[in-house]
Design a protein around this ligand. Sequence first.
Ligand SMILES: [Zn+2]
Length: 467
Amino acid sequence: MSSVLSLTRPGGWPEDSSPRSVLFNIIPYGCCGADREELGNYIARLAAEHRVSRGSLTRRVIGPAAFEIFKVNPQRLVQEVGTSDFAVGVSGVTTQAKQWANILNHLTRRDDLELCTLLPFKDFISTFKLQSVSRRCCPACYEDDIAAGRATYDRLLWRVAAVNACPIHELRLMVLPKEPGYIHRPELANNNRDDTAQRFLKSGHKRVPASRDEIEDARLVANLIDDSAAFQTMTYSVSAQSTFLHHVIDTFFDSKSAHFAAELGVGKSQVHAWVHGQVRMSLPRLLLVARCCSCEVTDILLGKQVTKHFQSPSKNESSRIIQHLRRGAKSPLAEIGMRLRKLLEDGEVSDASAASDVLDVSRKFLRRHFPVENALLVQRGEENRRASRREATEAFSRAYLAEHCALVDAGIYPARRLVLERVDVEVHGALKHRKVQRAQLEAHQKTDTPIARRGGPPVVRLYVNKT
Ligand SMILES: [Zn+2]
């Protein structure tokens, strides 16, 4: 069979028949930007429709096809499916997302799967922190899915880091627990996304209503996702962003970009760079400007002069967008010094940044005027952080040991993968792998269980607590 045929007709079809999709041509869920399905979820659903795991589908169909078209190593795709952050990568703006969207378009004979990723934004919006790394959801959306008789599915909108609310139910998005990774056993990476969602719904979570700004931001991004189909045929031009900003600054700020910057609460140099097309605006900034100008993000990107009035950002604008102006430096230096020394003596602050928050001054101010106290605070902060890291690692080791012993007692060899599946304490920070390895070695030493070497039979001995 020629390479083209295998991608346009499933095996066994006559060569003169019209092209058929190799995989089922299932339609992505959702009818607008607020509820469009993300690609990671689509792949899980596609595998479920074929009654196989994502790993098997990739190994048998997607991988070989990717090799034929893009010369991508099929084994690499299989391993990608096994990682716990697969859904993050595949729905984002990376080459990985592009390859998966393209190959699935081929296999399902669709042409819109790229719209289930954030790829259409790639050339228009700064990709810095565009995507949320954790899996988030709106529980009310999941309940709508169940009521409609379909499997719960993840919306692309929830993948956007700047979105913190569901525009339909006006609830804050909630973080779902991480799925276990199956990098060495991708065939186990079954369609457990739905299970995780179901478990989350039953866990008795507390729903938090979203603020007005959060709902407005979510609505703006949903509209942007709706518009993203048009982005595919367009090219980005810096002059559009400049045209929009020039219009706003000329009309409402007397052509003074510094006043516009002060009103938004961003730096003058930053606004200067936007206006002169040197820097692409990030999504949180685009949302802020769109909200103040009562327009859509697309209007800014296309340079439409639609702004009729300018509304200042609300006072409770979240601190992630507007920098908090510190006014403590206006007090006399001697007074600040006295307060700082008292804070140090009482041990009320854990580090330099906590002290600068209490005194309402910047870190730079603290460093410049009180170098000795600042050095002490920095040292204290470092010690505190080290202690809390040590504590977290020890908690992980204890949890690891407990699960290790439980497996040994049940007569099961405590392979690291099995133990990690049961441990519910997260291990944080750098050298994560090394921490896990150390916990494993300690557990094996304490319980006197030999580590099974490749090829050798695993040895299990009952654990007797000697203390
Ligand atoms: Zn919702």
